[in-house]
Ligand binder design. Structure first.
Ligand SMILES: [Zn+2]
Ligand SMILES: [Zn+2]
Length: 59
């Protein structure tokens, strides 16, 4: 019975991916966090660049 084992592994990896809520994407009280809470996106060049790379600016 290997299938249930594989399914549980898949479920675990999915949980890890989904474990980080989108709201926690930006650093708390960072420029991007504030911009998102204000209903927009941070327009700092460093943040826009990080966003394009699928990352989050650490400032
Ligand atoms: Zn920013
Ligand atoms: Zn930035």
């Amino acid at each position: 019975m290997k299938l249930p084992y594989i399914l549980s592994l898949l479920a675990m990896s999915c949980a890890l991916v989904l474990g980080a809520p989108a709201e926690k994407k930006y650093k708390e009280d960072g420029c991007c966090d504030k911009a998102q809470k204000a209903g927009g996106k941070c327009e700092h060049p460093c943040c826009v660049k990080a966003e394009k790379d699928g990352k989050v600016c650490e400032k």
